[in-house]
Write a protein that binds this ligand. Structure first.
Ligand code: NI
Ligand code: MN
Length: 225
């Protein structure tokens, strides 16, 4: 499994011979100006919630690639009405895709579309594939529901928001990593806007002091699991 960070909460995951894009917000992010969305491969687009900083580039990528959009039922019906391929899910449910098993899990946040349409309730994803399991938290507060995840899945990586203001801060993300029982963390949802700027060194040290590894990737940088 290869995971590439495209800034903010945008990820590309290559697994089982498939390409998955998560929460594409690239053309609206000046920090990601070097990334051309027309070069991104996508068989699936996973969306945690409907906010603009998670769905901005969905239609452009889905139209070009014919990717299947996977999200809650309200978000997928929004895109299905626009003639895009979609697979509806809802909280607590999982589905065996051709690249692995995806579960849509709880997040505490909100989820309206930029045009005001109802975007259902926000979520995160647990992906089990190629003997590697990851948790993509989405935009969320720290929540006790995170403790449910390790009851079913032994995680190899937790992808957690750490930017504060709209989501967890670093301290809450450290507790979240305890709740999901995973000491390897990829931080996201930081630095994009003034509200969510973080001190990288300090954040890494805070995790390190608890025996945990916080990775902060540069935009376009990848890790292999
Ligand atoms: Ni959001
Ligand atoms: Mn967001």
């Amino acid at each position: 499994m290869k995971i590439t960070y495209y800034g903010h909460a945008t990820l590309s995951i290559e697994v089982g011979g498939k390409h998955i894009i998560v929460d594409p917000f690239i053309t609206g992010n000046p920090q990601a100006a070097a990334i051309d969305i027309n070069t991104l491969k996508a068989d699936y687009i996973l969306l945690t919630h409907a906010h603009g900083d998670h769905v901005l580039d969905v239609e452009a990528i889905a139209k070009r690639t014919n990717a299947t959009i996977v999200s809650n039922a309200e978000i997928t019906s929004y895109y299905a009405q626009r003639e895009l391929k979609a697979h509806p899910m809802n909280h607590g449910g999982s589905w065996q895709f051709d690249f692995g098993k995806v579960k849509y899990v709880n997040a505490i946040h909100s989820s309206s579309f930029p045009d005001g349409s109802y975007g259902g309730n926000p979520g995160g994803f647990v992906i089990e594939s190629e003997h590697k399991n990851i948790y993509i938290a989405g935009d969320t507060a720290l929540t006790m529901d995170m403790k449910l995840i390790p009851l079913r899945t032994k995680l190899d990586l937790a992808i957690l928001p750490i930017g504060n203001n709209f989501t967890m801060d670093v301290e809450d993300a450290i507790i979240a990593s305890d709740f999901v029982e995973c000491d390897k963390i990829l931080g996201y949802h930081f630095d994009t806007f003034g509200y969510i700027e973080i001190n990288h060194e300090e954040s890494i040290k805070k995790f390190f002091d608890k025996g945990k590894d916080l990775m902060l990737l540069k935009i376009g940088e990848s890790i292999e699991l």
